[in-house]
Design a protein around this ligand. Structure first.
Ligand code: FNR
Length: 343
């Protein structure tokens, strides 16, 4: 199986598995409605910041693809969408381009199409600090995502089996690259212990990327006829549970959230749980592939407008104020919190 074929498979399977109205843990959160917003809509700002950067909007296009002719075209369109909407955008894993210069254009096209925007590079936790630096240079990246994806690697027959050096390596990458590093999961979520481990290594930015949207175990199962790991498709924590898990570390860590974000109400809920910004992959890919870049731009513009509406409904003029809204936690999310002693 060639690397290029794998990248094309991931896109095709993610798209095929995407379900518009799939229930996930965001549905187990409800805002309490209060009748007096006590604000004027004109005062509402969508701007957000971490200690490393400031963005005009609190959601972004999360890391997806690159590494083949088909994914070059997708990245070209995603770069144009990011440029038109002013959203930050992350690249898919640049590992292929670090090994094969012939596929570099399929990643660098993101920067070409979004020349002055915020672009995040993406590498796995196993690359060397020098390779991480090369990935940043390739995109003139403003930040670097380092993905941690042990379950995905383990269910891939050709996947990585050496995880012993990941934490040391993340520390070395952080020390070497001259841009902020975001350590991100890929749809399995993060625990309190994971956040603690990362803090010990000086990491200040994470993306909890939880379960409930794109599911890499399901994608890898589709790539094999035998579907060996079909019983594992519920592995991991949702973004909602992950945000609650890592909340004790939110002073030291700036936390981004992704995984299963379907609409602006999910964005609002993640921000209310303390996320500084919210990443979207599966939904963006689905709209791009089924309806094209123009509709994707219109949708993302509608998300901005609707997010303002929703902020007004909960009486928040800023992303920070969202953290003081009244959010009810129900069902399995509540049970998780009880079992883990999270209040
Ligand atoms: C991804 N994702 C991903 N993440 C990463 O860090 N490096 C990568 O190369 C990829 N590749 C990739 C390909 C495709 C086709 C998709 C849909 C996703 C994972 C992504 O960034 C995110 O963590 C998860 O998809 C969960 O978010 P959604 O899709 O539920 O919004």
């Amino acid at each position: 199986m060639s690397h290029q074929q794998r990248k094309d498979d991931h896109v095709a399977h993610a798209h095929a598995l995407y379900r518009e109205r799939r229930i996930n843990d965001f549905d187990h959160l409800d805002f309490v409605h209060h009748s007096f917003p006590e604000l004027d809509c004109v005062a509402i700002s969508l701007a957000t910041r971490t200690r490393a950067f400031a963005w005009p909007f609190p959601f972004y296009i999360n890391g997806m693809t690159g590494g083949s002719a088909k994914t070059l075209e997708i990245n070209r369109q995603l770069g144009e969408v990011a440029q038109a909407t002013g959203l930050a955008i992350a690249s898919g894993s640049q590992s292929a381009a670090l090994k094969d210069p012939n596929v570099r254009a399929s990643f660098s096209v993101l920067r070409e199409r979004h020349p002055n925007g915020f672009v995040l590079g993406n590498v796995g936790a196993g690359v060397s600090p020098t390779q991480a630096e090369q990935a940043v240079e390739m995109l003139h990246a403003d930040a670097l995502q380092v993905h941690i994806n042990a379950p995905q690697e383990l269910v891939m027959p050709e996947g990585d089996r050496e995880f012993g050096a990941w934490l040391d390596n993340i520390e070395a990458i952080r020390a070497r690259v001259g841009v902020p590093v975001v350590v991100k999961e890929v749809g399995f979520g993060m625990s309190e212990e994971t956040a603690f481990r990362l803090r010990e290594r000086g990491v200040e930015l994470v993306d909890v990327s939880g379960r409930g949207g794109t599911n890499f175990i399901a994608i890898e199962n589709l790539r094999r006829s035998a579907q060996e790991y079909d019983y594992l498709e519920g592995w991991g924590q949702s973004a909602v549970v992950s945000l609650l898990e890592v909340s004790p570390h939110m002073g030291a860590l700036d936390v981004l959230a992704s995984g299963g974000v379907r609409h602006p109400l999910d964005v609002l809920k993640a921000l209310a749980l303390g996320a500084r910004a919210v990443g979207v992959s599966g939904r963006v890919l689905h709209i791009l592939l089924s309806e094209g870049p123009e509709v994707l731009i219109e949708t993302l513009e509608a998300w901005k407008a609707q997010l303002r509406t929703l902020m007004a409904m909960v009486g928040a003029t800023t992303v920070e104020e969202l953290r003081h809204t009244d959010l009810l936690i129900r069902g399995p999310v509540r049970e998780h919190c009880e079992l883990r002693g999270i209040d």
